[in-house]
Design a protein around this ligand. Structure first.
Ligand code: GLA
Length: 395
């Protein structure tokens, strides 16, 4: 009986995932699936992206220095792999052959040389374009140039493409993203395909069918508590659509960008990890403080993000400002985030039964203080405003 009780959440999760996959197929019925990017992201991708901190102020020097910092800071050792260049790398016009070229003032050595440098560090390199006639910053983009642009990216040695949604001429999203998925597949180079469609057309229902490995579920994050929890709220109900090689993406991290408190960044990183979100840092790795580095490299929290127990984390209790989010781990343990969104210090508790575990005694691990403890029937914490406790509750 106990074994059955332990197995039930897993079976339910599997059934929900199967139902979601069926729905995907129905939504994308007219489009043959692109399988080329299957296997590309068995766990949520981890890396860095230039946009949140640097916007258009990017250069090959920044990317090289960031590659160096990714290694020297311990980020690489913690699992961060992809160094992703966002918008504004492109020259303002295509070349005489109609190909995308690199802005030669910002990237005088060209993209191939930069990719070689990043690869020499044991890292991978990502780039950005839009499924539109221009990028969000008005540079040339890839709509109707998918085959040529995918070939260009592959020839440069690109490993990851973030594909945005600006200037899309109101053409159907599925066809626009499918065209690039096919073009990437045709290059024969494994390139992670990151759909940045902002959740407008429910990409979680068709992202897989176009070869997407991750898809943004919302508009852009900004460096504020309000933005972070607004995005969190929009993840509700999406847990059935995520899984190996195909992840919900609640947008990149703001940890270390300076406008939230240390505790708020801890909450942001805990929640994103519980959601199996891609962990794409968005801060200046060259100058980050020790406390920022410690958040981004907390290997016990990262291990939750990288673990697939059949379902990404989801909300199991909502008492207004006080919430509990839970994620089944493949071991049967439960990762739990107790969250205080409000402005007064408050206790938050959840029974072990509500976590899908038995009552009685359970050992726990606090993933931020690294303290082991033992609880009976429930886990609890007293939480200051805008803070979390993140625990592993052993079954
Ligand atoms: C959009 C995307 C952002 C970023 C910018 C770049 O807003 O959603 O993540 O890539 O474009 O212009």
């Amino acid at each position: 009986m106990r074994a059955l009780r332990l197995l039930l959440p897993t079976l339910c999760a599997a059934a929900a995932l199967t139902a979601a996959l069926r729905a995907d197929r129905a939504d994308a019925a007219s489009i043959p699936p692109t399988l080329a990017t299957a296997g590309m992201a068995p766990t949520p991708p981890m890396g860095w992206n230039s946009w949140n901190k640097f916007g258009c102020q990017i250069s090959e020097q920044l990317i090289r220095e960031t590659a160096d910092a990714m290694v020297s800071s311990g980020m690489q050792a913690a699992g961060y792999r992809y160094l992703n260049i966002d918008d504004c790398w492109e020259a303002p016009t295509r070349d005489a052959n109609g190909n995308l070229t690199t802005d030669s003032t910002r990237f005088p050595s060209g993209m191939k040389a930069l990719a070689d440098y990043v690869h020499s560090k044991g890292l991978k390199i990502g780039i950005y374009s839009s499924a539109g006639t221009g990028t969000c910053q008005g540079r040339p983009a890839s709509l109707d140039h998918e085959v040529a642009d995918a070939r260009t990216f592959a020839a440069w040695g690109i490993d990851y493409l973030k594909y945005d949604n600006c200037n899309n001429q109101k053409r159907p999203a599925l066809a626009r993203y499918h065209a690039m998925g096919d073009a990437l597949a045709a290059t024969g180079r494994p390139i992670v395909f990151s759909l940045c469609e902002w959740g407008t057309n429910r990409p979680w229902t068709w992202g897989r069918s176009v070869g997407g490995n991750l898809w943004r579920t919302t508009g852009d994050i900004s460096d504020s508590w309000g933005s972070m929890v607004r995005i969190l709220d929009q993840q509700e109900g999406l847990e059935a659509y995520s899984g190996p090689n195909a992840w919900n993406d609640p947008d990149m991290l703001e940890v270390g960008n300076g406008k939230m408190s240390h505790d708020e960044y801890v909450a942001h990183f805990s929640l994103w990890s519980l959601l199996n979100a891609p962990l794409i840092a968005g801060n200046d790795l060259r100058t980050m403080s020790d406390s920022t580095r410690q958040i981004l490299t907390n290997h016990e929290v990262i291990a939750v993000d990288q673990d697939w127990g059949g379902k990404q984390g989801y909300k199991i209790r909502d008492d207004g400002d006080l919430e509990v989010w839970m994620k089944p781990m493949h071991s049967g343990d439960r990762a739990v985030v107790l969250l205080n969104r409000g402005e007064t210090t408050s206790p938050v508790a959840i029974s072990t039964k509500a976590l899908g575990l038995s009552g009685g005694r359970h050992s726990t691990r606090n993933l931020w203080t690294h303290a082991d403890a033992s609880v009976t029937d429930s886990v609890s914490a007293t939480l200051a405003p805008h803070t979390v406790a993140m625990l592993l509750v052993h079954r």
